[in-house]
Design a binder for this molecule. Structure first.
Ligand code: ADP
Length: 228
């Protein structure tokens, strides 16, 4: 599904050239659930932006669903991103004055899906995340955990190849975080491929496989609790 090989990413900080990712290789098969764990500053977001087709590495290769991403121009990459990747962020990124249903519908508007079809798809995604009772609520009328479930519904509505989650429980209390992890487990059982970034080992442990990143290098790989 996803194959990164020998990825390097350098940034220039003033006159200095700093290497933020150093020879990172990572393969994720269809249906896997992988966590990338590491402390702040270890390169997780940089790696996530590359996996999510938001940024290109300095060198290396990346194929996603058989597409050679690094040969694509910005426009092609944007199309690949919209078709193949669903994003979930720490802070939900919902529009505050739109209902849950409208928030989930929004990316489908950009994808040119008809109004009727959008409604159907968005409703179905909200049912999948257990929010059928809340489709007409606005974010302020929902708990943090429910808001994150709306964001997850939005991310999976279009049936992306990969669900990419950056600290999905970072803004939640422990109980809501666990509920989001239960939802990820269910979605993964249903076949959704998940790549999750976190600095919390208790959260990473929900994945089936955990990669640890330190100073831009993958230093360890092990099975997570989700593999049991
Ligand atoms: P994490 O997500 O694990 O906290 P990041 O990928 O955000 O780590 O950052 C890794 C390192 O790369 C940090 O030292 C950060 O300062 C540096 N970095 C990130 N983005 C840039 C940038 N656009 N320009 C320069 N340095 C950057």
């Amino acid at each position: 599904m996803l194959n990164l090989q020998n990825i390097y990413k350098n940034y220039s900080q003033g006159k200095l050239e700093v290497s933020v990712l150093k020879d990172v290789s990572l393969q994720v098969q269809e249906g896997e659930y992988v966590a990338i764990m590491g402390p702040s500053g270890s390169g997780k977001t940089t790696l996530m932006n590359i996996i999510g087709c938001l940024d290109k590495p300095t060198s290396g290769t990346y194929t996603l669903a058989e597409k050679d991403i690094l040969r694509q121009n910005d426009r092609e990459m944007a199309r690949t991103r919209n078709q193949l990747i669903g994003f979930v962020f720490q802070n939900f990124n919902l529009l505050p004055r739109q209902t849950a249903l409208e928030n989930v519908e929004l990316p489908l508007v950009y994808a040119g899906v008809s109004k009727r079809e959008r409604r159907r798809i968005a409703r179905e995604a909200l049912v999948r995340v257990g929010l059928e009772e809340r489709i007409n609520f606005q974010p302020t009328q929902l708990s943090g955990g429910q808001q994150q479930r709306v964001a997850i519904a939005r991310a999976i509505a279009n049936h992306p190849k990969v669900l990419l989650a950056d600290e999905p429980t970072g803004a939640l209390d422990t109980k809501s975080g666990e509920q989001v992890m239960e939802l990820f487990h269910k979605l993964n059982e249903e076949g959704v491929t998940i790549v999750m970034i976190t600095h919390e080992s208790a959260i990473a442990d929900h994945a089936r496989r955990i990669l640890s990143i330190r100073d831009g290098e993958i230093v360890q790989e092990r099975a997570g609790g989700g593999a049991a």
